[in-house]
Write a protein that binds this ligand. Structure first.
Ligand SMILES: C[S@@+](CC[C@H](N)C(=O)[O-])C[C@H]1O[C@@H](n2cnc3c(N)ncnc32)[C@H](O)[C@@H]1O
Length: 246
C-alpha cells in the first residue's frame, strides 16, 4: 500500500497499479508510481505529490467499516489502561470492524498476539481484510460467539465491546491471568452499574470509569477556537483488574 499526499492534503491510497493513475491533477505513469516508495512524484501536468508508505494512523483512517468502530481517542485510552506491552497476548471480544484489534496488534508487536472474537461471519471478513491492509501477522480472527470460545493459554489483557459483557464474566475470569486488566467499552449508563455489580462479584476490582470528551480546535491566521461541531458521546470505558488473593 502506498500513500500519495499533495500540498492541499489530498490523500490517495493505492496498491501496486497496473494502469497509469488518472487523477484530477494529471496522470502518473504506472512504471514511475510502482518504482518509487518514498519521495516526490510528478503528474504529467507538473503537479507534485509526496509518495510514501502509509503509517498506522493513515491506514486506520482508511479501513473498511462494518460495525461502529471505537474512536482513536477511546482506543488509545483503552490500550494504555490495559497496560499493553510488547509481547502481550490480548483478547478482543466483539471484533466488529477490527479497528481496536489492529490498534492492539500494533502495540503488542510480532512477539505478541491478538485474538479477535466476532460472532458475525460477514464482520469477520471485514476484520480479515483490515488485518491484511495493515499486514499484521499477529491477529487471529475467530468466528464464534464469545460463549463458545475457549483457550488453554491465559491472556495478559482483555477488552470487551459488546452489549452484555456481564453474561461472559465467568468466562472472562477463566481466560484472564490473575493481576491482569480488563476494559469494557459501553455506551449506556444502565450498562455501567450492571457491569460493576457483576464483575466485582466475580473477583474483579473496578479501578476507573472514564468518559472522554474531546474538543478539537480550529487554529489558523484568522481563528483560534474550538470547532463548532464536535462528537458528543461515544462510550464509557470501565477499567477492571483481576485480583484474586484469597
Ligand atoms: C460495536 S462492535 C465492535 C467494534 C470494534 N470494537 C471495533 O473497534 O471495530 C460489537 C461487535 O460485537 C459482536 N458481538 C456481539 N455479541 C457477541 C458475542 N456474544 N460474541 C462475539 N461477538 C459478539 C457484534 O457482532 C459486533 O460486531
Amino acid at each position: 500500500m502506498k500513500l500519495l499526499i499533495n500540498n492541499s492534503y489530498k490523500k490517495i491510497y493505492s496498491d501496486k497499479i497496473d494502469q497509469d493513475l488518472n487523477i484530477s491533477e494529471g496522470v502518473i505513469k504506472k512504471e514511475e508510481y510502482n518504482s518509487i516508495t518514498d519521495g516526490l512524484i510528478k503528474t504529467h501536468k507538473g503537479k507534485n505529490f509526496l509518495i510514501k508508505n502509509p503509517d498506522f494512523k493513515d491506514l486506520l483512517f482508511s479501513i473498511k467499516r462494518g460495525p461502529q468502530i471505537i474512536t482513536l481517542k477511546d482506543a488509545g485510552f483503552i490500550a494504555s489502561n490495559l497496560g499493553l506491552m510488547n509481547g502481550f497476548r490480548v483478547l478482543d471480544c466483539g471484533g466488529g470492524s477490527g479497528s481496536i484489534s489492529c490498534f492492539f496488534a500494533n502495540i503488542v508487536g510480532k512477539k505478541g498476539k491478538v485474538i479477535s472474537v466476532e460472532k458475525n461471519e460477514k464482520f469477520c471478513e471485514i476484520i480479515k481484510s483490515n488485518v491484511k491492509l495493515f499486514g499484521f501477522e499477529n491477529i487471529e480472527v475467530i468466528n464464534k460467539d464469545l460463549s463458545e470460545y475457549s483457550s488453554k493459554k491465559l491472556f495478559d489483557a482483555i477488552n470487551i465491546d459488546l452489549p452484555n459483557p456481564w453474561d461472559y464474566s465467568n468466562k472472562i475470569s477463566s481466560l484472564l491471568k490473575n493481576g491482569s486488566r480488563l476494559t469494557l467499552y459501553i455506551p449506556n449508563t444502565t450498562q455501567l452499574t450492571h457491569s460493576q455489580q457483576d464483575f466485582c462479584a466475580k473477583g474483579f476490582k473496578l479501578e476507573h470509569v472514564f468518559e472522554l470528551i474531546l474538543r478539537e480546535w480550529d487554529v489558523n491566521d484568522l481563528v483560534c477556537h474550538p470547532k463548532f461541531d464536535m462528537l458528543g458521546h461515544t462510550g464509557f470505558i470501565m477499567c477492571f483488574r483481576k485480583i484474586m488473593v484469597e
